[in-house]
Design a protein around this ligand. Structure first.
Ligand code: BG6
Length: 460
């Protein structure tokens, strides 16, 4: 076997409560910003399909977990929905939710699948958004209480915890680029949201450690290596600033416990720093993670700006660079994203060389395909050879990184079963398992069978 991985390697996939559970207003669950936004602006969602239309994991988790075992999972990541566990946002847990999450965890453990549990996957409870969402310190405290409740309830069964999935995405979507509720476009508010998210993360980490829990706690970040168009100093500077905004703004506080001084200086120069309070610095320092989840889909390619910034325009990261399409780049023709497999290796070696070789794993990587039904074979199975190529090409680079000393402990595909993806709904299919939206029927794709084989043999 050419690419053999360690026997302890985590093979699996990732999902999230709001994208898979369904029962969005059942079982005592309160609405999130997604239920609210869909209710007021359904036209913003692909084919007007909203958060109630998922793969119904809430009802069918036992069947799904059986399928996970069938396709060789030894681990699986999902999230606990804050609005399900604490419908008021704070206070007493909802007993139905407690029963559901215990049953789900028991089922995973009974099948030999290690649960990886994340606490926030873009699903702000509406009751908390009404208090200001991540702009409010009260919400920071409420999140820490929610996290502490989860650790107390489920800490005996879950040893791999994550505070946030891709915390930059609600910042970008909700406060900069208008693809999440509350659809604000305002950098300073975005910076406050980002900062408070990291304070909430640090408080949750503190709560975990103060309970004396015996597992690991981390965060899941979508890292997009920033590549300059050329080695010209202006292009290099552009790439460095993009890296500060889009990677290091979360990576540095999570792993080093502090913000990059260059980023702080830049925001201070443009009067964009969020409000800080005494004690914040010590809190952030206490939030250093044990384990980092790395989501990698595509690189970010930038060049020096070609036009001067209009100083009257609203402050944006793009004041400092232009995006750049590298000639000859490889594209995913079914999703419009660049495929650059080496990016995953560049992330791992950067973590090894500049972030103390923090233990990490690939917590998401995957290939979205629009119109995937055109790859249905005669026997009704999706023949997704493109996904097999995508995963194996990335795994080769992961393997090389491990061989060179990177502490990458596993690989999770996004995602287990085709799932509801926010305002893209079911536009892009990512799963190892095809979901028939009409009947709810599940069918393992060719890639799922391939993955079962890779996981069982420990390589390919
Ligand atoms: C990841 C998110 O960034 O991208 C997922 O963690 C999301 O929640 C996935 O579903 C795919 O996004 P899209 O836009 O291609 O459907």
């Amino acid at each position: 076997m050419q690419y053999r991985f360690p026997d302890t390697f985590w093979w699996g996939s990732a999902s999230s409560a709001p994208q898979a559970e369904g029962a969005s207003l059942q079982g005592g669950k309160a609405p999130t910003i997604w239920d609210h936004w869909f209710a007021i602006e359904p036209h913003r969602f692909h084919q007007q399909v909203g958060p109630a239309d998922t793969s119904t994991f809430y009802q069918h988790f036992r069947d799904d977990i059986a399928l996970m075992a069938q396709i060789g999972h030894n681990s699986f990541r999902t999230s606990i929905a804050w609005a399900r566990l604490l419908p008021e946002g704070r206070g007493e847990p909802n007993p139905e939710a407690v029963r559901f999450y215990h049953a789900m965890l028991d089922e995973l453990l009974a099948r030999g699948i290690t649960p990886f549990i994340n606490l926030f996957h873009f699903d702000m409870p509406m009751v908390m958004q009404e208090k200001g969402g991540w702009e409010s310190r009260e919400v920071v405290d409420a999140f820490a209480e929610f996290a502490a409740t989860c650790f107390q309830l489920f800490g005996g069964k879950v040893k791999h915890w994550f505070t946030f999935n891709e915390p930059i995405v609600p910042v970008e979507g909700g406060y900069l680029y208008d693809f999440h509720y509350p659809n604000v476009v305002d950098f300073r508010r975005a910076a406050t949201v980002a900062y408070h998210t990291m304070l909430a993360h640090a408080k949750a980490v503190q709560a975990y450690r103060s309970q004396g829990q015996d597992g690991q706690i981390g965060i899941i970040l979508n890292l997009t290596p920033s590549y300059p168009r050329s080695q010209h100093p202006a292009d290099l500077k552009a790439a460095n600033i993009a890296d500060l905004f889009f990677n290091r703004s979360f990576l540095d506080p999570a792993v080093r416990g502090e913000y990059p001084s260059e980023l702080v200086a830049l925001l201070r120069e443009y009067d964009q720093l969020p409000p800080c309070e005494p004690g914040d610095r010590a809190l952030l320092a206490a939030g250093k993670v044990d384990l980092l989840g790395v989501n990698y889909y595509q690189p970010r390619r930038v060049k020096a700006r070609s036009n001067a910034v209009n100083p009257a325009s609203p402050f944006m990261p793009e004041w400092f660079f232009d995006y750049y399409e590298m000639p000859g780049r490889k594209m995913n023709p079914h999703r419009g994203w660049e495929i650059y497999e080496k990016g995953i290796y560049d992330i791992l070696t950067n973590l090894r060389d500049h972030y103390g070789n923090i233990p990490c794993f690939i917590s998401e990587n995957g290939m979205g395909v629009e119109g995937e039904e055109k790859f249905l074979g005669e026997d009704g199975q999706i023949q997704d050879d493109y996904r097999i190529a995508f995963v194996s090409d990335h795994l080769r680079w992961v393997h090389k990184g491990i061989g060179e000393g990177c502490q990458c402990l596993g690989y999770h595909l996004w995602t287990f079963i085709d799932n509801w993806s926010w305002s893209n709904a079911y536009k892009n299919r990512y799963g190892f398992i095809r979901l028939d939206l009409e009947s709810g029927e599940r069918r393992i794709k060719k890639s799922g069978e391939w993955f079962a084989d890779v996981s069982r043999r420990g390589g390919f």
